[in-house]
Ligand binder design. Structure first.
Ligand code: ZN
Length: 150
């Protein structure tokens, strides 16, 4: 009996989380009455919650305060748990990277412009890193990056 209740509770929380944070989408040509968090917009927005200006991915809400809070919460949740894919734990840290020459350099960091990881044509997950002065940008192998920064 206890076991069954526990399963139902887990399911409930999982569903609730999905409701709170719908998938992000590309925010282009957004109409005034667009909202990812309610069905019937009463106060038009739109308010944009961008993961990244570069990719224009994120959420849109109407002017309803509850929807705006949900938009911000979806963005915060993404940044805390999903940004940079498996390299999420390296956010805000000084990181080491290996240059093409084989030389290891310190003082790099994850890019603040490209937050979403990508998978290249060989199926390798890559994440964007920048050097100290933001002048050099590289898409590095996430797995190798994590190994190097253990
Ligand atoms: Zn709304």
């Amino acid at each position: 009996m206890y076991h069954r209740i526990k399963i139902k509770l887990i399911w409930f929380f999982t569903m609730q989380e999905q409701d709170e944070h719908p998938s992000y989408r590309r925010l282009t040509l957004i109409s005034m009455d667009a909202c990812d968090f309610c069905d019937k917009v009463e106060k038009p927005g739109p308010y944009m919650y961008y993961i990244s200006i570069e990719t224009k991915n994120g959420w849109v809400t109407c002017a309803n305060e509850t929807c705006k809070k949900k938009g911000q919460a979806a963005l915060d949740h993404y940044m805390q748990t999903k940004a940079y894919g498996k390299a999420n734990g390296l956010k805000g840290k000084c990181i080491k990277i290996q240059r093409s020459s084989g030389k290891v350099e310190e003082n790099w960091k994850l890019s603040q412009d490209f937050i979403e990881p990508l998978v290249d044509e060989n199926g390798i997950e890559r994440v964007c890193v920048v050097n100290e002065s933001n002048e050099i940008e590289k898409w590095v192998n996430t797995h190798k990056l994590i190994e190097l920064n253990k």
